[in-house]
Structure formats: structure tokens, C-alpha cells
Design a protein around this ligand. Structure first.
Ligand SMILES: [Zn+2]
Length: 293
């Protein structure tokens, strides 16, 4: 954990990487940030390398094995779980990170995807998350989602998911875990985030320039399909953002349960690479008008 102080007062922001130990792009981007002696123009930036224990076990021969040690660190962010008596490697670390997350006005949590997918912001279900995503203007895709039934994400922790609080957060998926471009996406996302938070005026010259602003595509998630059986399979290979034209089209089977699209023009968001019982197989959503900027 490192804190970078700006010359002028301003908000407190946190940028976290390695909530999943095999998602390296955020750590590479934050290492670049720290090695260039970066500091924001205003406010305080908390830089967090989250699941360092899992990351330290990273083995290129088994690149998916170091996502976590005991449990998924991005399902632990409810007060009940953090305040509880249960113990795990990830819970111990989450309890250390908690005070920093609570002190932040803004949070950017950096991730990457198992399957190749376009970079996207996950802005949660609140209007304030959409506004933050629209202010960032990058990446191009924004998914307004409802999290996972298996536990609360850091993005949705406490005040970040409270509509009465001004605190706001986004999660960025920077492309596939081992895509050579994903650290660059992570760096651009950090710059876009700090600008949106009012903490940075210009892109530092040692960082990649942001693309020209263009209209983002917002997808509103309506369903997260949780896997109930050991016999889940998609009806064909999906990557991300495929649109299925007709309501009632079967796209997966979960044991004896047929899973069909609930409406026309249904967009599939981040299908799981290895569907496992209890986890999210895919989210379903629709393209909608963007957030207010
Ligand atoms: Zn992740």
C-alpha cells in the first residue's frame, strides 16, 4: 500500500490491482506509475496491490491457478463477512485493505478477463457509477451490473453502493489476462479515472494518450445467471457482447434447466471460461442510453 499526495488538496482515490492474483495488468500499470514518481495534481491517491499472496504463487505453466489462495477476494466485501469470525488468506488481507477503501471518495478496481473480451467498465447499478464512467469516457464499453449472488465485490463495498453517498467506484476489465495490451488499457483507465475525479489535469507525457472521446456503449445488466448444477454448458462458444436477436432462444443448459434469452436483442456479458456450480455463468443485458455527464 502506498499513498501519493498531490500538491493541492482534493479528493481521496484508491486504485487497486491484484484483487485476483493472476490478473497482472493492473499491477504492471501501478508499478509503472510508482516507478515514474507520479503524483496527482490534487488530492491523495492510494495505490493498493491486493492479493499479493496469490500473485506470489503465479506460475506461467498454470496461469489460472493463482486467482486466489483460499477464496475469491472479490466476494468478501460485505460488513457481515468482514466483521465475522471466519478466517482465510483473502479475508485477512481484505480486513487490512478495508480502512483504505473506506477512506476513499473514489475507487478504481483493475481486473482482466479469462476469455478475450473488449475492455469495459463495470459501473454497478447506481446512477453515480454511470456518471463516473461517462466522465472517464474510456473504455468504450460500460456495463451497469448487479454483481454476483456469491458475494459482494470491492466495487460494491459500503458507501460505493449506497445511493445516498457521493462516493463512487468503477471496476475496469482491461481485456484478457495475458493480452500484451492490457497493461496499457489499465494505465489509460487510471489516467481517465483520475481526470474524472478532478485529481489530474493533463495526461503525464510518460503515459499513453487517451483516445479521442466518442460515445460509450452502455449495457444494462438485468440478470446474472448463477450455475446450479455440475452439468452446465453453453450451446455454442461465446466470447463477450454477442447479441441474440430473439427472446426465448436457448443459449445454455444447466443440468435439466434450459436457459433462454428473456428478451429480444439480449447481450451476453463475460461468459465464464470454466462454468462452476455456484458461480456466475454469464450476465444478460441490453444496450441503453448512457449516463449523464
Ligand atoms: Zn478479476
Amino acid at each position: 500500500m502506498t499513498t501519493l499526495e498531490g500538491a493541492k488538496p482534493g479528493p481521496t482515490a484508491m486504485v487497486s490491482a491484484l484483487i485476483h492474483g493472476n490478473e497482472l495488468c493492473g499491477a504492471i500499470a501501478l508499478d509503472r506509475l510508482l516507478s515514474t514518481k507520479f503524483s496527482p495534481d490534487r488530492g491523495r491517491l492510494i495505490v493498493a496491490f491486493a492479493n499479493v499472496a496469490a500473485f506470489s504463487r503465479f506460475d506461467a505453466a498454470h496461469p489460472y491457478a493463482s486467482r486466489f489462495i483460499d477464496e475469491d477476494m472479490n466476494r468478501l466485501w460485505s460488513r457481515e463477512t468482514l466483521n465475522g469470525t471466519r478466517k482465510s488468506t483473502e479475508l485477512a488481507r481484505a480486513r487490512e485493505l478495508r480502512q483504505f477503501a473506506e477512506s476513499a471518495d473514489f475507487l478504481l478496481d483493475i481486473h482482466s478477463t479469462s476469455l478475450p473480451a473488449p475492455a469495459m467498465l463495470l459501473c454497478g447499478s447506481r446512477e453515480k457509477g454511470r456518471i463516473l464512467a461517462a466522465k472517464m469516457g474510456y473504455p468504450f464499453h460500460v456495463v451497469a451490473d448487479i454483481g454476483h449472488t456469491s458475494g459482494v465485490r470491492l466495487r460494491d463495498f459500503g458507501a460505493f453502493n449506497n445511493g445516498a453517498s457521493a462516493k463512487s467506484s468503477v471496476l475496469v476489465e482491461c481485456g484478457q489476462h495475458f493480452d500484451k495490451n492490457s497493461p496499457t488499457v489499465a494505465l489509460k483507465s487510471i489516467v481517465a479515472f483520475l481526470k474524472a475525479c478532478g485529481m489530474l489535469d493533463d495526461t503525464p507525457e510518460q503515459f499513453p494518450a487517451l483516445p479521442r472521446r466518442r460515445g460509450q456503449k452502455f449495457i444494462e445488466v438485468s440478470h446474472a445467471i448463477t450455475i446450479r448444477s455440475d452439468g452446465f454448458a453453453f450451446s455454442r462458444e461465446f466470447r463477450c457482447f454477442e447479441t441474440i436477436a430473439k427472446a426465448g432462444t436457448r443459449f445454455a443448459q444447466d443440468g435439466t434447466r434450459e436457459i433462454v434469452t428473456p428478451y429480444d436483442d439480449c447481450v451476453l456479458v463475460m461468459p465464464a471460461r470454466q462454468p462452476l456450480r455456484g458461480q456466475t455463468a454469464v450476465r444478460l443485458g441490453r444496450y441503453v442510453a448512457g449516463g449523464k455527464d
